[in-house]
Design a protein. Structure first.
Ligand SMILES: Cc1cc2nc3c(=O)[nH]c(=O)nc-3n(C[C@H](O)[C@H](O)[C@H](O)COP(=O)(O)OP(=O)(O)OC[C@H]3O[C@@H](n4cnc5c(N)ncnc54)[C@H](O)[C@@H]3O)c2cc1C
Length: 396
């Protein structure tokens, strides 16, 4: 193996990217949009990624995964998107839920939930957002009450969540709730694994404008009874739930960034191929700087975002969560901006064809735009950088 040059990926990572790109290329954008427009799912693709060990690449080996890091699962997510198959549930199931359970679950919980996340048969959704709390997750009101009656001890969960991705494809949802601290009586966050078929757990799809087989849902949690061990790890103690939540945030941002850079690469590839072929004034339109320069700008912006994403992933994988926080936020911001611009430029480069279903470029607009809103909005990242990187006063 050649010696690794700083700022390049390992041979193993490069090989992983190549293998995923090949697999996803066999499905491609046409498959993805066909499934989306017909109300179908991407289950075959999901299970095939899993079968090759790519879905669980970051899950510890002893629980059925590949023993890799966030950088590996982020590479898988990016390569899928770069082939026109951006899978949002990769952000949620292996990266957020997988990380939180692998780091904080009890031994029994890891054995119960991680193998199914890795092999794709027990996908786990993640629910924090609430209609009345929105970005301000300190205001969530979903509550877990301890059940101490004559029966088995457990929890009773009540609340409402919104925009939760993939609930219909998930076996469980990792729900962020609040519970009363036994000592201080104060409400603190706790994470619960809730089966999607639990009595009192209902969900309904939110019609979205995104061209994707993956959907978002309103979730209604009414007196859902859970066993005592539905609570992840030791969240019962001190601020454990908060620590767990924070451990999921950096992976979430890194994955969202990879989703965006992959989408941006796909759009740019499409645009470049088109402007090389299409002739209007007797030469390929790509020979005009009015088209070539914006595409070159996108190439630069995408590479910069990818580099920051890889840095953030390397920091997470090295265990430096604090430094990773800044890098992950910056990467997610840069990647979302790069994707919005790349898709917009790709539409423009295609002229009228850019907004036809046949070419499918405009169909990327909303997915790219969602990257500026979820999982954390660009404004909240700017707030973070203003406060933590620049030391400016908190503005809200
Ligand atoms: C496609 C998609 C998938 C999603 N999947 C999931 C999921 O699986 N699980 C989950 O829990 N959630 C999910 N979400 C929810 C997502 O995380 C939220 O939409 C996001 O956090 C923003 O919250 P909100 O929509 O309530 O916006 P709001 O909080 O209402 O914010 C509206 C606007 O105000 C701005 N704003 C608010 N406060 C401030 C401030 N202090 N300073 C400056 N600007 C501010 C925001 O940046 C935003 O632009 C998903 C959302 C989308 C669009």
């Amino acid at each position: 193996m050649s010696e690794q040059v700083p700022f390049t990926e390992t041979d193993e990572r490069v090989a992983l990217r190549r293998a995923v790109a090949k697999l996803a290329g066999g499905y491609g954008r046409e498959y993805f949009t066909r499934q989306a427009r017909s109300g179908g799912k991407t289950t075959e693709l999901w299970l095939e990624i899993a079968k090759h060990g790519y879905l669980g690449v970051n899950i510890p080996e002893e629980y059925g995964g590949g023993g890799g890091g966030i950088g590996d699962i982020a590479a898988v997510c990016e390569e899928l998107a770069a082939q026109g198959c951006p899978l949002l549930m990769m952000v949620v199931s292996p990266a957020i839920c997988g990380t939180v359970i692998a780091r904080f679950g009890t031994e029994e919980q890891k054995q119960r939930w991680l193998p199914g996340i890795a092999d794709g048969t027990q996908t786990m959704a993640f629910a924090i957002t609430e209609p009345d709390a929105g970005t301000n997750s300190h205001n969530i009101t979903t509550t877990a009450r301890r059940e101490t009656g004559s029966g088995e001890p457990g929890w009773v969960l009540n609340g409402r969540k919104i925009y939760i991705s993939g609930v219909d494809e998930a076996a469980h949802v990792l729900v962020v709730a609040r519970t009363e601290d036994a000592r201080t009586g104060r409400l603190k966050p706790c994470l619960f694994v809730v089966p999607t078929d639990a009595a009192g757990f209902e969900y309904s799809p939110i019609p979205m404008e995104i061209v994707s087989p993956e959907q978002q849902f309103s979730v209604f949690i009414d007196d859902v009874r859970l066993p005592a061990d539905a609570l992840v790890g030791e969240s019962d103690k001190a601020d454990a739930g908060l620590v767990q939540l924070f451990a999921g945030l950096n992976p979430e941002r890194i994955m969202a960034a990879s989703f965006s850079t992959g989408l941006a690469r796909y759009a740019l590839d499409r645009a470049v191929a088109y402007v090389k072929e299409r002739e209007v004034f007797g030469a390929p339109i790509g020979s005009h700087q009015g088209l070539a320069h914006p595409l070159a700008q996108s190439k630069i912006e995408i590479e910069l975002a990818r580099l920051m994403t890889q840095k953030a992933a390397a920091l997470v994988d090295a265990g430096d969560d604090a430094a990773a926080g800044e890098a992950a936020n910056m990467a997610k911001y840069a990647a979302a901006e790069a994707a919005c611009d790349a898709v917009d430029r790709a539409v423009q480069a295609h002229g009228g064809n850019g907004i036809t279903q046949e070419y499918g470029v405009a169909g990327l607009l909303v997915a790219a735009r969602a990257g500026r809103i979820a999982p954390v909005s660009r404004e909240m990242i700017l707030n973070f950088v203003g406060m933590h990187s620049l030391g400016l006063p908190k503005s809200y």
